[in-house]
Design a protein around this ligand. Sequence first.
Ligand code: ADP
Ligand code: MG
Ligand code: ZN
Length: 482
Amino acid sequence: MYLPVIGLEVHAQLLTKSKMFCSCSTDHENAPPNTLVCPICMGMPGVLPVPNKKAIELLIKTALALNCEISPFSKFDRKNYFYPDLPKGYQISQYDLPLARGGYVEFEVDSEIKRVRLKRIHLEEDTGKLLHVGEGDRLAEAEYSLVDLNRCGIPLMEIVTEPDIHSPKEARLFLQELRKILRYLEVSSGDMEKGSLRCDANVSVMTEKGILGIRTEIKNVNSFYSLEKALEYEIERQINLLKEGKEVIQETRHWDEKKQITVTLRGKEEAEDYRYFPEPDIPPIIISKEILEEIKKTIPPLPLQRKLLLQNTLFLSPIESEIITSEKELCEFFDECLKLYNNPKNLSNWITVELMSYLNDQKLNFRDLNIEPKRFVKIIEMVDKNEITRPVGKEILRKYLDTKEDPEKIVEKEGLKTVSDLDFLKEIVKRVIDGNERAVLDYLKGKKNVINFLVGQVMKETKGRASLDLVKNLLEEELNKR
Ligand code: ADP
Ligand code: MG
Ligand code: ZN
């Protein structure tokens, strides 16, 4: 029996305006290289770092939401190593006294709740960015490398899990849930493509119950998909080694995105390699109970909690609940609409089907929309009251989202009210029957499905404004006379 054992080290950029220890802006994506820098984050000698209060608060907010224990007393340490993206020659991080310990993340795996415990959450500063030019994506393979220090010193929170994860899929689901939580908490954008959320994966294979195998650490996993793929590859590699009677070597491996394999990057570094020592320029951090209480108040319900609530109290399906709680803004929108419109099932249907298909077509995120609950609900109500048909309702929703015009005015202006004038409809029905001899013959010969084609023709003539059932009835009535 080979049981995969996985522990993740997740780095999340914290949403602060300025860097961790200086007042430089964190808006590094929108600035030319090496323009958001100062003597502090460039590592000039003699400068003094000042911790960013907001970053500490955001970490505490996260830690409280994840049920961690917050250390009343903690400190910063220097982690020393040489790399071209680290001008100081050390990273300010936290070693033996992290801001938070313990805690856990709960998430769903195949409809079951799974819990992964956390070891710690600590605060540190980011490094610069290297752009490797030439073959391959590693320093060693590059022709030359360009250095951009804009990212140097941006606050990072490192969340380290216990080795509680047992499959690549579980690892992906864990990370997806964690991302969602960080976004609900508004502590990080969680954007993996832009590197605001990064993950190193530690993995080993257990052959004897309770005894951890030798692990490797995989770097450079830049998406949820890569995380799953890299772990699948690495687990298989390790199992094959063990089957051949060989040993797994403890090392750091690089995920080669192009070749979809992991390759040796370097031997594992131990804590002593980093010559950690307390950062002498920053006093210890002391967190009072009052501060904790203040921060606690700002924590919203988390996505899984919200999802289960929708399922269990409003009886929405798991898929609907998942979609609605995928973003905090969308979930809040649902709540607002529900206050105005007390039919959760129908509301959810309009959101998960019609609104989502608009977002997909337009390649937009919900937060880009600026949609008013009142207006959205108005459209649904018009459909419910049969003032407009469902297809028209759908069309009006799109027009409203495109133009932000009042839906009622759109209906008025474009004459989209449901046609219920029987004589008018009968006339169209007759016209359609006369104009489609072939279809009528087929119908009369017993091909009853043809009725749908005829309904479609009538709907076309009425621009979707007639009620489907009514049209169908009228058609049947008329056809049966023939
Ligand atoms: P280090 O200090 O050497 O980096 P940690 O104890 O902090 O090691 O663990 C780093 C990460 O590796 C954690 O997420 C932990 O869960 C994971 N881990 C530790 N041992 C194993 C193992 N044998 N197999 C898989 N993951 C492991
Ligand atoms: Mg580590
Ligand atoms: Zn700076």
